[in-house]
Design a protein around this ligand. Structure first.
Ligand code: G3I
Length: 393
């Protein structure tokens, strides 16, 4: 065989390989960049805090890969579950601070902006609270809970989700246990108690679907009511459980502006972007919604072996446009927190349909940064470039 023929054969084999590789689905980690030039926290340091909700094995530092990512990338933490009422006070007046103490100590060790989640929420309550029907008894329980928990971490937890998910989708007040027993004023009561317990902490109203115009109007009413009564409220937490298709940037932007016009800061407290098909009416994060009839339905769980490149790109572009909007309004935004560290740990693998494989975060199941991570970081590089260009002029 002549040299030229040999070279031609090698070239056509290479061409064949290249063409066919394009057709195959790439695994998530195979397509990741090998070098991470910088981190989210350092890149966005001048814009807002960037963080993640962490789970029990991260709090206990048994998840070494998770801990490495948290340490490298984030400067704020939220406990995903371990500070909810049912875990902190499972029976009346009997508190268990094992994980909460560990969580706060970890935050301090890592020099984080430490968030407390959450004080007054109708979900994940201990059983005993469901049998409290007397308003004076309910008020005492709320006072005891807020003062004990916030008092313990006074000066060490920097922001609290004081009241969580108190609104219906139309902006009216949810008929929660607290609302039924104490009336609408329970929200003011909770914020007053929180303000007494730690006046330095930032006090947040936190909810999902806060981009919706009707719900936005409900938040505006709620915050104004607190302000008119001189009660401390420092921020609105937009949970941000979103999808590839929605909500629209315009709706999100209108909410950022409306909340900021109240004189409070906006936080994106639970950001994730589902990559999976959802039962059509599901939006937001109503934890009681569960679709058992779809469990095991593979058409609702199409990316069990990894995201195809086309969807990976969609996810990256969606995150890019979301962060472009955040940067545009960085003067109004204090913090952006992802709801989980990596895809494997996301609650969206179990909601609204159990047992699926979702890919909603910036780090894949091996904790490798995804294309979305690279595109989000690239925004800051562009930002710096345009900053230098404008300052040179
Ligand atoms: O701790 C038990 C464990 O002992 C048991 O073996 C296991 C069996 O299912 O359940 C474990 O509890 C689960 C808990 O997460 C801890 O993993 C609960 O079943 C499960 O319902 C619970 O889900 C959490 C959900 O809140 C509950 O309301 C999610 O992890 C958590 O991400 C989610 O977070 C909420 C925010 O607090 C508020 N905003 C919406 C957001 C998403 O729903």
């Amino acid at each position: 065989m002549t040299k030229i023929r040999k070279m031609a054969l090698v070239l056509s084999a290479l061409l064949f390989l290249l063409t066919n590789c394009k057709e195959t689905k790439s695994t998530e980690s195979a397509q990741e960049p090998t070098k991470v030039p910088t981190s989210l926290k350092s890149s966005f340091a001048k814009s807002f805090y960037l963080g993640a909700a962490i789970n029990e094995s991260q709090i206990m530092e048994t998840d070494a890969k998770g801990i490495a990512v948290i340490n490298r990338e984030f400067n704020t933490l939220t406990p995903e579950n371990n500070m909810k009422w049912m875990y902190l006070q499972p029976t009346p007046n009997s508190f268990d601070f094992t994980f909460a103490d560990k969580y706060v100590a970890l935050g301090e060790k890592m020099d984080m902006f430490v968030v407390g989640h959450t004080l007054v929420w109708h979900s994940q309550l201990p059983n005993f609270m469901h049998s409290v029907k007397d308003s004076a008894a309910m008020a005492t329980h709320i006072k005891n809970h807020i003062h004990t928990v916030m008092g313990r971490y006074k000066g060490r937890i920097h922001a609290w989700d004081v009241v969580n998910e108190a609104l219906n989708e139309d902006g009216s007040l949810r008929q929660s246990l607290f609302q039924q027993v104490l009336g609408d004023d329970y929200i003011e009561y909770a914020f007053q108690l929180a303000s007494q317990a730690d006046p330095e902490a930032k006090l947040i109203y936190n909810d999902y679907n806060l981009w919706k115009p009707e719900k936005r109007a409900g938040v505006v009413r709620l915050v104004k009511r607190l302000q008119e009564k001189g009660i401390q409220v420092d921020g609105v937490g937009m949970q941000a459980h979103w999808s590839l298709e929605g909500p629209s940037l315009e709706d999100i932007e209108n909410s950022i502006i409306a909340y900021s016009e109240l004189g409070v800061k906006v936080q994106f407290t639970e950001l994730d972007v589902t990559a999976l098909p959802n039962p059509w009416e599901v939006e937001g994060a109503e934890v009681s919604q569960n679709y058992e009839e779809y469990e095991g339905d593979l058409s609702m769980d199409p990316y069990r072996t990894g995201l195809p490149d086309s969807v990976q790109t969609k996810l990256a572009n969606r995150y890019q446009e979301i962060f472009e909007l955040f940067l545009k309004h960085q003067d109004k935004i204090d913090r952006v927190t992802f709801w989980g560290v990596n895809d494997g740990g996301s609650w969206l693998n179990g909601w609204p349909i159990k047992g699926r494989t979702n890919h909603p975060l910036l780090f894949d199941r091996n904790f490798a940064p995804k294309k979305a991570y690279t595109q989000v970081l690239a925004l800051k590089k562009k930002d710096k470039l345009s900053f230098h260009q404008t300052t040179k002029k």
